[in-house]
Structure formats: C-alpha cells, structure tokens
Design a protein around this ligand. Structure first.
Ligand code: NAP
Ligand code: LUD
Length: 322
C-alpha cells in the first residue's frame, strides 16, 4: 500500500497500448530531492536559532577540469546556496601532484568552519594519483561522500548509525522508501560493485534485510540473475544494458546509469540514457526511476543531507561542551 506522500511523488502513467497492462509508476528524483532540500533549509534555519551566525560548511575539491565534474559540482553549489550551506569550490590544476592534493585535504580537515569535504571523482590529473590514498586523507567525521575506508568499513559491518552514507546509494534508498515497497525479505539484485555505488548499495540493501545478489562484469547469465530481482539497482555504466524482458513482472527498478548516446535529432547530437532500456522496462516494472531526473538529483540532495548531519553533530558537541 502506498503512503499518500508516495502516491504524490510517484507519477502513475496509465494504460499502455492495447490496455493489457498499465505502465510502471515513475519514481521522480526531481520531486523527492526537492522535498529533501526544503527540509534541510528548515534545519539550517533551526541551527541559526540555536547558534546565531552558525552555518554548515562544505568544500568540494576538484582536480582538473572535466566537463561532467563541472556540471555536477555546479548542481551541488546551487543546492548548497539554496539551503544556506556555506559551500566553497576549490580547484586544483591538472598539474597538481598527489602531495599537493593531500595538503589541500589536510588544510580543510583542520578548518573548524568546514563540516564536510568531498573530492570530486575521477581525478583529472596529468600525473597518476592514488585516489583511495587521497580519499582516506579526509577526516572520517567530514567525509560527507562516505567514501573513506573507515566509513565504508562501518557500513559493510552494518554500523549504520556511526557512519556517513555514500550519497548515490543513500539517494537510491530514499527513492525506494518513497515507493512504500518494503525491502526486508525481498530479493535485491545490484549490478556493479564500485566503491561509490555498487558496493555500498549492496551493503545498504543487506542491512535493510534484503537478500542481495551482487553482479559484475564476470557474472554469468545476467538476464537470469536480473529475472529474480524484486528490487533491481543498475550501476554498470553501460547504456541500456538491462532489457525490459529480463525483469520480473512488477519489479522496482532503480537506474543509476548516466550514459551519453549519439542522437542526431538533438541539437547537442547526444542524449542521456540509463543502464536500463527505459521503454521496454516501463512495460514490465512496477516502479522505475527515469534518467535524467531520477538518481542524479538525489545524489546532490544526499550530499546536502550529510553536510547538515555533520554540522549538527559539531554544533551539538560544541553546545554540550559549554
Ligand atoms: P564503475 O566504477 O565503472 O563500475 C561499474 C561496475 O559495473 C563494475 O563493478 C563492473 O564490473 C560492472 N559492470 C560493467 N559492465 C558490466 C556488465 N556488462 N555486466 C555486469 N556488470 C558490469 O562505475 P560507477 O562509478 O559505479 O558508475 C556506474 C554508473 O552509474 C555510471 O553510468 C555512472 O555514470 C553512474 N553514476 C551515477 C551517479 C548518479 O548520481 N546518478 C553516481 C555515480 C555513478 P567489474 O567490477 O567486474 O569491473
Ligand atoms: N565523485 C560523484 N563523481 C561522479 N544528474 C556525482 C552525479 C549529479 N566524490 C564524488 O556527484 O557523488 C560523487 N562524489 N558523483 N555524480 C556522479 C558521480 C563523484 C551524477 C549525476 C548528477 C551528480 C545529476 O544531477 C542529472 C540527472 O540525472 O537528472 C542530469 C545531469 C546531466 O548530465 O544532464
């Protein structure tokens, strides 16, 4: 049974051709992320009542100048400004060395006005840099991307209260909650096992008591694995990999993929698609997230959520210590 909020947020697309089956309920990340951002705006106002002049502080560190990173960071800066988070975009040139990146991370770690720090990935550096070494230099309490080994380890053990959750998987869980579908006891299939999406997604579903299958590039017979999923999270980075015919009837489908494909009908000559073939999946799924407008905006919203959470913790500690 859907809650009223879930019904408002999930747009039911009715009657497909022939009327044999209605199409999936579209789970909107645009709408859900807006609600999250509005709630956070209220939180920041409440913080300022408790501690006049206090603002959550966020730093987004970028190495190089990738177009996709520029786009994602500008969404993050916009969301932060709207909520009242004091966000700063720190740019290092492509020529930056690992030692220079580490020095920037350490400087932010030591700045008490900053409650959250992320290093936008991938690093666009001329010389090779050990990405995990840079990420692990972030103070775990400021790791609002949830990517340090400390936070990832806590999540993998189910110690959810003590850790900051990675933004994309946390946004996927929020979208699943919006549908009203319960996770406990369900069979969830996650395609992909990266540190940023697939692995933490598997952990979150597992500790929400799903039975989880983790698929990757060596998985045999992916369609067979997918056909068992009550809940499918696709994060492979392969355009339209999952076909509607693979899905269990009524499945909840969360599509993390962000892939550009050629499209001569568009002025840009390209179009954004997910890892799921939307038109065919829409005929078979019970719920589906669109691309764009699904998981992407939730990633931005959950970064804001983690930053506000991290700032609350600091504020409470400082007030308890007075
Ligand atoms: P990634 O680091 O390249 O990892 C891809 C994962 O998918 C790997 O585990 C890989 O397996 C697996 N894989 C690749 N091809 C496969 C196939 N044919 N069958 C089964 N598994 C396959 O990518 P990522 O960073 O996790 O991102 C995945 C997608 O999500 C990308 O499209 C990315 O742009 C998107 N993304 C979106 C957001 C968002 O906010 N919406 C955030 C992050 C990422 P192996 O481990 O065996 O190599
Ligand atoms: N690195 C991320 N690298 C890439 N899409 C994002 C993302 C917004 N450290 C670190 O921000 O969380 C991260 N932390 N990531 N990503 C991807 C990943 C990172 C992806 C998409 C969007 C952030 C987004 O807003 C829009 C949508 O799906 O509706 C569309 C944007 C478009 O390309 O038009």
């Amino acid at each position: 049974m859907l809650s009223l909020a879930a019904r408002l947020l999930c747009l039911r697309v009715s009657g497909c051709c022939g009327g044999s089956r209605s199409m999936a309920t579209v789970v909107s990340g645009n709408k859900t992320s807006k609600l999250v951002r509005e709630r956070l705006q209220g939180d920041v106002l409440r913080m300022q009542v408790q501690a006049p002049g206090f603002r959550p502080g966020l730093v987004v560190l970028q190495v190089g100048d990738r177009d996709d990173s520029n786009l994602y960071i500008s969404s993050k800066m916009r969301a932060a400004a709207e909520i009242g988070i004091d966000a700063r975009h720190v740019r290092l040139p492509r020529s930056a060395t690992e030692a220079e990146v580490l020095r920037s991370v350490q400087a932010v770690n030591q700045n008490p006005a900053v409650h959250g720090l992320i290093v936008q990935l991938p690093l666009d550096a001329a010389e090779p840099i050990d990405t995990q070494n840079v990420i692990d230099a972030i103070a775990p309490a400021k790791d609002v991307d949830g990517l340090t080994s400390v936070n990832a380890g806590r999540l993998s053990r189910g110690e959810l209260a003590g850790c900051l959750l990675p933004c994309t998987p946390s946004g996927c869980m929020e979208l699943i909650r919006q549908t009203g579908v319960s996770v406990a006891g369900k069979h969830a299939v996650v395609i992909g096992r990266s540190k940023i999406v697939g692995a933490p997604m598997r952990d979150l579903l597992l500790w929400s008591h799903a039975t989880v299958t983790s698929c990757h590039s060596r998985t045999h017979d992916l369609p067979e694995q997918v056909s068992r999923a009550d809940i499918l999270v696709a994060a492979a980075g392969k355009a339209e990999l999952v076909r509607g015919e693979w899905l269990k009837e009524g499945a909840l489908v969360i599509d993390c993929g962000i892939n550009h494909v050629a499209d001569e009908t568009k002025p840009s000559g390209k179009r954004l698609v997910g890892d799921v073939h939307y038109a065919s999946a829409n005929q078979r799924a019970g719920y589906i997230t669109p691309v764009p407008g699904g998981v992407g905006p939730m990633t931005v919203a959950m970064l804001m959520e983690n930053t506000v959470q991290s700032a609350w913790r600091v504020l409470q500690q400082s007030q308890a210590g007075r």
